[in-house]
Design a protein around this ligand. Structure first.
Ligand code: RP5
Length: 173
């Protein structure tokens, strides 16, 4: 039943419906790692492994997980089902699956009926990275060291925005 991978000290659980989601969700994992957030990643499909998902969601908080990032494509119900099974915040990442460029996934997550929220991000890599950053932002509210790292990331990103190497009047590096 609990055939999934746990990581000691993990505060964020990244779930995806299929290993085919990993090339995208790896970017969420890397973002969390870069900012020093211990996390764990698992493939737990809502429809192929419903009992496992239920077990994961019911035990996540007791293991120290504070936020779940759920990625799925197509009729992407993983985030919504997870949200039904735990009160932890759920960030939904719509995947580009096999049709409609991910619009089906986006609507599946964003159009949750009232009462069980899923915070839905953009389709694909941008959403995956932003889900990780949003998780960092929330965890930063009660973690001063993480807050400092997040602020440093934001500052570095702002600096980079103004750099245009090779363009007229800009330094080459
Ligand atoms: C969803 O269906 C997964 O999240 C994935 O995005 C999509 C396709 O899954 P596979 O058929 O590649 O396993 O369940």
């Amino acid at each position: 039943m609990n055939d999934y991978t746990t990581v000691d000290g993990a505060r964020v659980g990244v779930l995806m419906g299929s290993a085919s989601d990993w090339p995208t969700m790896e970017k969420a994992s890397k973002t969390l790692s870069d900012l020093g957030v211990i996390h764990e990643c698992n493939v737990i499909s809502a429809h192929r492994a419903a009992k496992r998902l239920e077990h994961y969601c019911q035990h996540a908080e007791a293991r120290g997980i504070q936020i779940l990032i759920c990625a799925a494509g197509g009729a992407a119900h993983l985030a919504g089902v997870a949200a039904a099974m735990t009160h932890l915040p759920i960030l939904g990442c719509p995947m580009k699956a096999w049709s409609t460029e991910g619009l089906d996934s986006l609507l599946s997550m964003a159009q949750m009926p009232k009462g069980i929220p899923v915070g839905t991000l953009a389709v694909g890599s941008a959403g995956a990275i932003n889900a990780a950053l949003l998780a960092v932002s929330v965890l930063s509210l009660s973690d001063d060291a993480l807050r400092e790292r997040y602020l440093a990331f934001r500052a570095a990103q702002s600096e980079a925005t103004f750099s245009l190497p090779g363009a007229p009047g800009h330094p080459s590096e």
